[in-house]
Design a protein around this ligand. Structure first.
Ligand code: ZN
Length: 242
């Protein structure tokens, strides 16, 4: 069983289309979306529609949650808040209903899928450091927990009684006796200084995990953002990958 796991699309249609195209080329059995389909970017409706059609599992992110009025906008910085206000106006009621129906977490085949830290997922905490990872390994029992939210891909491994470590290989094999927290990075707004979209492919039979990067037409997304008068800061960060 091969999973393609994507996250943090943020209304970036050009990026999502390239990622879906790549997934089609490599092939997979299940597509999992870890949320933040909307927020920041210029095409929230189109991205909701593609995800609804393509994803077998779809988790809610904090921007999706805010777009349906469940997480207060006070949680967000000024740029995110401004883009969210625009997104809330733009989203159709059908797509708001779609977001309303998304899961907070899903467990399947020893894999735990959630948007942010698995400890209290709706608190939207980050897993950035080894200390964050250590605390969060106690929040699930499955072999691997796939997350998004920080827009920075990372693989943390953990053996009972030991301190977690970061795995830097790509592809990486998930070994017996270890558990993993895997941040799959972001499709629509990568923040690891590589502007290309990021997602994960996981083969549950061979336990090989690969982080994939896909270039997309950033200028196309930026032009649409300008046209829709989204904040300049959000437009300028895309080619910097931060
Ligand atoms: Zn996000």
């Amino acid at each position: 069983m091969i999973y393609a796991i994507i996250s943090d699309i943020h209304g970036n249609l050009a990026a999502l289309q390239q990622v879906i195209r790549r997934i089609g080329e490599v092939g997979c059995d299940r597509i999992v979306c870890l949320g933040d389909i909307v927020g920041y970017g210029p095409f929230p409706n189109e991205c909701c529609e593609i995800i609804q059609e393509k994803a077998d599992i779809c988790i809610i992110g904090n921007h999706d949650h805010a777009a349906i009025g469940k997480t207060g906008v006070d949680y967000f910085n000024q740029y995110a808040r401004s883009a969210l206000g625009w997104t809330i106006e733009e989203l159709t009621s059908t797509n708001k209903q779609f977001l309303q129906g998304l899961d907070v977490q899903v467990i399947e085949n020893e894999l735990f899928f959630v948007h942010a830290a698995p400890i209290e997922p709706l608190q939207w905490n980050y897993v950035l450091s080894l200390y964050d990872a250590r605390d969060n390994f106690h929040a699930f029992d499955q072999k691997a927990c796939f997350i998004g939210h920080s827009h920075v891909a990372a693989i943390f491994s953990y053996e009972d009684g030991e301190f977690p470590t970061v795995e830097s290989g790509n592809p990486t094999t998930l070994f017996d006796g270890f558990r993993y927290i895997i941040n799959v990075g972001s499709v629509g707004q990568p923040r690891d200084r590589n502007p290309d979209s990021c997602f994960a492919l996981y083969d549950a039979d061979s336990t090989v995990l690969k982080l994939e990067r896909v270039a997309y037409d950033i200028k196309e997304t930026q032009a649409a953002m300008r046209q829709k008068k989204l904040p300049a800061f959000l437009i300028e960060r895309l080619p910097l990958g931060r």
